[in-house]
Structure formats: structure tokens, C-alpha cells
Ligand binder design. Structure first.
Ligand code: PLP
Length: 426
């Protein structure tokens, strides 16, 4: 029995499924989750000393690679002064200024502790500001695990085959309307039927929790226009795309200005951090200035801020990093497409920039319906063959392949070689 297997046996006795977040479990791919001991650059090592090329990158934050020396030093320096004060600190102001400088649509920002919290708060602000209740979300988009957003919510739920979570009172989900991704008519219809009641439309501008699905030309622009027409707010959930698809995220890439934006993952460089922000007029609704209450004992934690700020500064001062990771993403996608052709497989390679996905379906993936046609059993076989060869992919068909600046061309070639071999076997 491997050490991971031994630890997992203990884990399931004291933790639901042996994990603190469901996608970490290998439920949909079979086998035992690897317990990770350390990571450096693009490599990750488990407790049995197996080394893998890692394509999860802590689900996005490790855009520079694991264990970056500058970030580590920034954290060490911050730790010297104490872990948390529960009082205002200058470093929080630095973080806020940095985000406002980097992302033009953000004039004011509030730090929180996770992406879920950022979304939950942004929705409350949208409702408070517009004095309307209903929210439009898209099937297959994940916005964290708050009650109102657990409706047709992508990866974790798709993988487990649970359509919606138990324990969500009907009342909580009642004001959540779902539209189809890349289908503007489905949004129009909801607006027409709920004319004065839509507080906001929330969307992952690139959907990265049902595989990676890019927005059709003009789709985001049309959403912006509909929100303006009906006096509703447009919220971009950039928890995955923020600071990844460019410094100013998907909104920069597609030139759309949302009213509110949510961040998570990358903004904390691996520490538990989230943020939401937008126009001053809207953010002034937040307590203690405005009447929308939102608080957090550990929000803006100095250690977390030091890590996040350090990473954002590196990205700001080295914009070529985006060219690098985008080129590596493109190299991987091109290589994967060639291998599919070689093996006469009809699967889909999707993605943009440093986010990629291989979906096991012959259908072109544009929304939740088409993503769902993926052969998850085939993915499970593929996942396990790749793992055996030292390639650590997300243990779900519906998660992205995250490229970091630490991945080398040789590692990508090794990954493609492993993929070729895997398709000879499965
Ligand atoms: C991960 C994710 C969230 C939730 O963030 P947590 O930090 O896990 O709470 C929200 N939205 C999107 C798009 C995400 O990918």
C-alpha cells in the first residue's frame, strides 16, 4: 500500500470523502488522490516521492510556477511582523491601489477570503444597488458554493452527476434564472419576461468550469447592451481568468467593461484570497459607507496581501510573461490536435491563452449541453494513463489545463508524448 493510500484511508474516516474540496477526490476517475508533499516550478511531488508535471497549479494561482522565490520571501518578511491584526494595514491599501491601477473597470475594491465570498458579496451589492432581486447566471458556469449560485453550476456538480446541491432552500435559488452560454436569445427572453426585476447578469467571460468554453464573437458585447437596456449590472466572474488572460483579464482581452468584477485564485498567489470591485458609485453601497453589509475578520490579511501583491507586481513589471504562457498554451493545444488526428479521434481541443481543455466528445463544445456529451469514462482512463506517466491533470473532465510560466517546452513535449502513448493504450 502506498503512503497516499494509507493517508487516504485515515482521511475518509475524519473528513467527508477524505478531502476539503470535492474535485480533489478522485471520485470520477477512480483510484486514490495523491497526497502532495511539495512543489517547485511546474513540478509537484507526492508523499511517495512520485514527481509529476503539474497542470493544476493550485487551480490557477501558480501562474509563475510553484514556490516562487520572490513571493516566498515577501511572505517570510510579512510573517516577521505578525500574522493578523484585525485592524487596518497599509498593505491592504497597496493591494487596492494595485488592482485599481491594473484593471480599468475597477475604481474601488473590497478584499475577501475566497472566490465564493467575492461572488456572494458582489451579488448582494448588485441587488442593493439596483433594488432588484433576480440574477441571471449561465448553465455550466461555476461561481462558488453559495446557495443562490448552486444552480446548473458546472465542474464539481457535473462530475458527481448531481444537478443541484441538496440543502439549498427553494427560496434561495428562486431568484436565480439560468440562461444558455453563447445563446443571447436565451438571455433576451429572460429579460423580457422579468423586465424590472433583474439585478444582474453574472458570467464567467471564458467559461472554465465546463471544460474551457470561449465566448462567441459579440456574445459578451450583446450581454453588455442588454444589461444597459434594462438597467441591470453586468458582473464578470474573473476568479479564473483575472490576471491570467492578460493583466486585465478577460475584460481586457474582449474589450468589455463590466460593472462589477470578482477575483479569487490568482489574486492571492496561493493564499486564501478573493476580491470584488467595480465602479465607485456602486461600491459605495458597501458598508460602512453604504447600506449593503459585508464583513470579514481575516479579510485583507497581511500575509495573504504580501503574497498577492508580490505576484501582481511581477506580472505588471514582466508583461512578456503573458506572451510566454499564451504561446505555451498554444503549443500544447496544437500538439494535442495533431495527436488526435494521428489517432483518428474526434475529440475537442478548446481554450484560449494559458487555459486549455481536451473534451472527449465529437460535438463542438459551446455550452453546457454540448460539454455534457463528453465521455467521462474515457477521460478517466486517459487521466490514469497520464498520471502513470507523471502528468498530473485535474481529476475531472470539466476542469482546465492551467499553464504556468514555469512549464518548459521540454515538459510540454513530454506531456504530448505521454498523451500519444496513452491513446495507444486506452
Ligand atoms: C473557483 C471559482 C470560484 C470559487 O472560488 P473559491 O475560492 O473556490 O471559493 C468562483 N468562480 C469561479 C469562476 C471559479 O473558478
Amino acid at each position: 500500500m502506498s503512503k497516499s493510500e494509507r493517508i487516504f484511508k485515515e482521511a475518509v474516516e475524519v473528513m467527508p470523502g477524505g478531502v476539503n474540496s470535492p474535485v480533489r477526490a478522485f471520485a470520477s476517475v477512480g483510484g486514490t488522490p495523491r497526497f502532495i508533499k511539495s512543489a517547485n516550478g511546474a513540478k509537484i511531488v507526492d508523499v511517495d516521492e512520485n514527481e509529476y508535471i503539474d497542470y493544476i497549479g493550485s487551480w490557477g494561482p501558480m501562474i509563475l510556477g510553484h514556490n516562487n522565490i520572490e513571493i516566498k520571501n515577501a511572505v517570510k518578511e510579512a510573517v516577521e511582523n505578525g500574522l493578523s491584526f484585525g485592524a487596518a494595514t497599509q498593505i491592504e491599501v497597496e493591494m487596492a491601489k494595485l488592482i485599481c491601477d491594473i484593471v480599468p473597470s475597477i475604481e474601488m475594491v473590497r478584499m475577501v477570503n475566497s472566490g465564493t465570498e467575492a461572488v456572494m458579496s458582489a451579488i448582494r451589492v448588485a441587488r442593493g444597488y439596483t433594488k432588484k432581486d433576480k440574477i441571471i447566471k449561465f448553465e455550466g458556469c461555476y461561481h462558488g458554493h453559495c446557495d443562490a449560485m448552486l444552480v446548473k453550476a458546472g465542474s464539481g456538480l457535473m462530475t458527481d452527476g448531481i444537478p443541484d446541491s441538496a440543502g439549498v432552500p427553494k427560496g434561495c435559488a428562486m431568484d436565480t434564472l439560468t440562461a444558455k452560454y453563447n445563446n443571447i436569445d436565451s438571455v433576451k427572453e429572460l429579460f423580457e419576461n422579468n423586465k424590472d426585476n433583474i439585478a444582474a447578469v453574472i458570467i464567467e467571460p471564458v467559461a472554465a468550469n465546463m471544460g474551457v468554453v470561449t465566448p462567441k464573437e459579440n456574445f459578451l458585447k450583446q450581454l453588455r447592451e442588454l444589461c444597459d437596456k434594462y438597467n441591470s449590472l453586468l458582473i464578470f466572474d474573473e476568479v479564473i481568468t483575472g490576471f491570467r488572460l492578460g493583466l486585465d483579464g478577460a475584460q481586457g482581452l474582449y474589450s468589455i467593461t463590466p460593472d462589477l468584477t470578482t477575483f479569487g485564485k490568482i489574486v492571492g498567489a496561493g493564499m486564501p484570497v478573493g476580491a470584488y470591485g467595480g465602479k465607485k458609485e456602486i461600491m459605495k453601497c458597501v458598508s460602512p459607507v453604504g447600506s449593503v453589509y459585508q464583513a470579514g475578520t481575516l479579510s485583507g490579511n497581511p500575509i495573504a496581501m504580501s503574497a498577492g501583491i508580490c505576484q501582481l507586481r511581477i506580472l505588471l513589471e514582466n508583461k512578456h510573461i503573458y506572451d510566454n504562457i499564451n504561446a505555451k498554451g498554444e503549443m500544447l493545444r496544437k500538439g494535442m490536435k495533431e495527436i488526435l488526428i494521428k489517432h483518428s479521434l474526434p475529440y475537442q481541443v478548446t481554450g484560449v491563452g494559458s487555459l486549455s481543455c481536451l473534451l472527449f466528445t465529437e460535438k463542438s463544445v459551446i455550452d453546457y449541453e454540448t460539454a455534457k456529451t463528453s465521455d467521462t469514462k474515457m477521460f478517466a482512463k486517459y487521466f490514469n494513463e497520464m498520471l502513470k506517466q507523471g502528468i498530473y491533470l485535474a481529476p475531472s473532465q470539466f476542469e482546465a489545463i492551467f499553464m504556468s510560466n514555469a512549464h518548459t517546452d521540454e515538459m510540454i513535449e513530454k506531456t504530448l508524448y505521454a498523451m500519444d502513448k496513452a491513446f495507444n493504450i486506452i
